[in-house]
Ligand binder design. Structure first.
Ligand SMILES: NC(=O)c1ccc[n+]([C@@H]2O[C@H](COP(=O)([O-])OP(=O)(O)OC[C@H]3O[C@@H](n4cnc5c(N)ncnc54)[C@H](O)[C@@H]3O)[C@@H](O)[C@H]2O)c1
Length: 358
């Protein structure tokens, strides 16, 4: 138990902020949500009243607030670099929602600033805390499917409401909008965590709906990993489905199918006659299975791991170089989309260069 509770300030009070705030509530013995900030005054004051915090609309004031130990940034992507570097300059511990930044250079800048200041730092990537993906990592470590030769990811959501709002930051590239950045960051993190670095990527980006948005609403990305495995990823934000994720791992001796909208979520298959597969139990909360529970639980766990790792003086589960590396892959995919879907060679790009980049 610390001598006094750690004090947190959240900046950016959109939908996902509530889950972060609930995590702090649940860790109420060791942490308190002291202040919250949003440019929208009514959003800020309502959120503050609900969670018993102070509210402000002044981002700079929150980032340097002397009463706050930890800054939690849940902001539109175009604000990440400026807000994160300001919080770090003020000596705050920092939890930053994915993607690290809209550009790789920006993501590296944040990572290096955090290393230099020496505070506790994490780029929040909830994929690392999903029970289903942890089960997949365990199965791979146990050699349950042999060598992985093909991995497929799929993320689908319905963002048509946001993409229909002129001025919404998700609709414009210059504000950090872009489906491959927003969603691909999750998949590229997941693939590299489970299977290692990328060797090449090729991307196709499409706008299937004529909404008030300039970004691609659907993308297909393929390529290879340095392990020799082939990968393919499908992303869309215009499906009539709230939020779903799939991971398929095909190995030399078995396959793993994960579908967050299915029950059971994780199945292991072996051989041509194994139509039913073996259900792999993944621990969920009080409800054994809930269509949206996995997302809520994984975000709760990531925030709690950040706080507990700070108190326990250990590293969090996420090595923040990995979400930074994911932004490097995102950048390569956009380079491919812009260059007539050409193949981008990543064989010389390593996650370790994040430390060494000038
Ligand atoms: N891990 C996940 O599954 C997940 C899910 C959703 C969002 N996210 C991430 O969380 C971050 C925020 O996304 P969101 O969906 O909550 O966005 P959002 O648009 O719903 O919310 C952003 C909030 O920031 C506020 N804001 C804008 N400019 C501000 C400023 N200068 N100062 C203070 N507040 C300001 C807005 O008024 C808004 O309330 C992004 O990095 C996003 O990628 C992660």
């Amino acid at each position: 138990m610390p001598e006094r509770k750690l004090r947190v300030g959240i900046a950016g009070l959109g939908l996902i902020a509530r889950t972060h705030a609930i995590a702090y509530q649940q860790l109420g013995d060791v942490v308190e949500l002291t202040a919250v900030c949003d440019v929208n005054e009514s959003v800020a004051s309502a959120f503050a009243a609900e969670f018993g915090a102070r509210s402000t609309t002044d981002l700079d004031a929150l980032l340097s607030d002397p009463e706050i130990d930890i800054v939690d940034l849940i902001l539109p992507h175009f604000l990440h670099v400026e807000a994160a570097t300001k919080a770090l300059s003020a000596g705050k511990h920092l939890i930053l929602e994915k993607p690290a930044a809209p550009s790789y250079a920006g993501a590296v800048e944040i990572y290096r600033a955090a290393q230099k200041v020496g505070v506790h730092f994490m780029i929040a990537e909830n994929s690392r805390y999903m029970h289903s993906y942890q089960a997949a990592a365990k199965l791979l470590a146990e050699d349950a499917i042999g060598d992985v030769i093909h991995v497929r990811t799929e993320l689908r959501s319905n963002e048509k409401e946001h993409l229909s709002q002129p001025g919404n930051w998700r609709t414009k590239f210059e504000l950090g909008g872009g489906l491959v950045l927003d969603t691909g960051a999750h998949s590229f993190y997941l693939i590299s965590w489970l299977l290692g670095e990328f060797a090449s990527v090729r991307g196709v980006g499409k706008k299937l709906f004529n909404l008030a948005s300039e970004i691609e609403d659907t993308a297909e990305v393929t390529g290879s990993l340095k392990s020799g495995a082939h990968f393919s990823s499908t992303f869309t934000s215009v499906s009539e489905i709230p939020h779903s994720e799939r991971l398929e791992l095909y190995g030399t001796t078995g396959g793993i199918l994960i579908d967050q909208m299915s029950d059971p979520v994780v199945k292991l298959f072996k051989g041509p006659h194994d139509y039913y597969g073996q259900a792999i139990d993944v621990p969920f909360g009080p409800d054994a299975w809930h269509p949206g529970g996995w997302h809520f639980e994984s975000v709760l766990s990531e925030v709690k791991d950040f706080i507990m790792s700070l108190l326990e003086k250990r590293a969090p589960l996420i090595d923040s170089r990995d979400p930074v590396y994911a932004v490097r892959i995102v950048e390569a995919v956009y380079e491919s989309i812009r260059s007539s879907e050409s193949v981008i060679d990543l064989s010389a790009v390593t996650r370790d260069e994040i430390e060494a980049r000038p």
